[in-house]
Design a binder for this molecule. Sequence first.
Ligand SMILES: Cc1cc2nc3c(=O)[nH]c(=O)nc-3n(C[C@H](O)[C@H](O)[C@H](O)COP(=O)(O)OP(=O)(O)OC[C@H]3O[C@@H](n4cnc5c(N)ncnc54)[C@H](O)[C@@H]3O)c2cc1C
Length: 406
Amino acid sequence: MTGKTDSYDVIIIGAGPAGSQIAYKLAGMGHSVGVVERKESLKGAVCCTGLVSWECVDEFSIPENVIYRWVNSAKLFLPSGKPIQIWRDVPQVAVLNRSAFNQAWAERAQKVGAEYLFSSDVRGIERGQNKTKIIASQRGEMITLQSRVVVVTTGFGSHLLGELDLGGVGDFVMGAQTEVETKNIDEIEVYFGNEIAPAFFAWLVPTLPGKALVGLLSRYNPPAYLRKLLASLSAEGKLSSADVKLTYGGVPLKPLPHTHDDSLLVVGTAAGQVKPITGGGIYFGLMCADIAVNTLHRALETDNLSASGLAGYERTWRRKLGRELTTGYWARKVYEMLGDRQVDRFFRLLESRGMIDELRQAKELSFDWHAGIIARVMGQKLFARAASSIKKPFNFRGRPVQKKKR
Ligand SMILES: Cc1cc2nc3c(=O)[nH]c(=O)nc-3n(C[C@H](O)[C@H](O)[C@H](O)COP(=O)(O)OP(=O)(O)OC[C@H]3O[C@@H](n4cnc5c(N)ncnc54)[C@H](O)[C@@H]3O)c2cc1C
């Protein structure tokens, strides 16, 4: 079924982790797969820190040669600058070399027959009865490709989604990151505070010896906040040089209202399958890619690529991740309502009651699954006390409490 052709069973738009995961599995099952990618190659820097849990590495057999290092501790800096150390005895998180990972995932798919078309920017999708046309600009020329079904894995902010009538992601944050040379930094540092990264957080993540990624996600002006952070880390003597070339990206905080239609699926960050607490999208994207593969394989075999034939994908991923995404989003909105002093006070209260230590050891504490730990914190009497110490009023549905008119 494979071979040089402009007609495929499946066209995947975007050669990130989600796209290449689907390409690898479907091509391995014997379907003809084309992957259309606007970049010239997958070698350049990616605006992503590459943190994934050991569960993700294990489940998707991510090879050691694309992992910079393993991490088992992090220092959280409260808005006041006070550090809180969290750690586990065994490494919990891997720092991936994102560019190497993207290349490895694409090569793996190519080896089983998926065709990659680089320098091809998809401009339009025309869905017909039995064939879908994909119109792309390839090195200045317009080309048309055909497929039975199309999978959109374009990551954050693609204009294509606006044309597909699936609704928008609803809420998002923007990010910036750069690579730096460091002095004596051997663990992850996370910085909170409205003067550092409004509504989100910033980080310093060691990669190779003497090197690290410094970045942040924020509601406003990430490059300005990142430059300010780099200046302050340099002044503290943590950096020996700060590469001033920044990369930019965005992260959706809510999923798309619909992620399937006739002859169409949307998967990964394009679909909003991202943890709202941390902005991490690699693991959930790969998970949803596998769910998409199961649905697509069945639909291709039975030749039912209608919206109803593809609905199993949407049902399954929402069953698996829906609660996580909703609870995480709710918790993020609550965090956003807090002032710096309130965040400090909340953490100090947790620490003074030994709760940080308790949570650190709790079985619910996971790099990926946050709903359990959020429920546990909220179940504590202490949470109610800490929440009552927060002056800005909110109710527990995350909506601001209306002030009564006098
Ligand atoms: C600052 C920052 C830090 C992050 N850190 C982490 C982290 O530590 N851990 C984590 O899990 N996640 C992190 N993320 C999120 C993570 O990067 C994404 O969730 C992940 O890359 C999504 O994978 P994907 O395959 O869905 O899309 P992407 O990796 O974004 O791939 C999409 C691909 O589609 C291509 N494309 C887009 N439009 C078109 C088009 N019209 N035609 C052809 N090709 C197109 C793009 O060029 C790209 O190659 C971070 C994000 C940001 C912004």
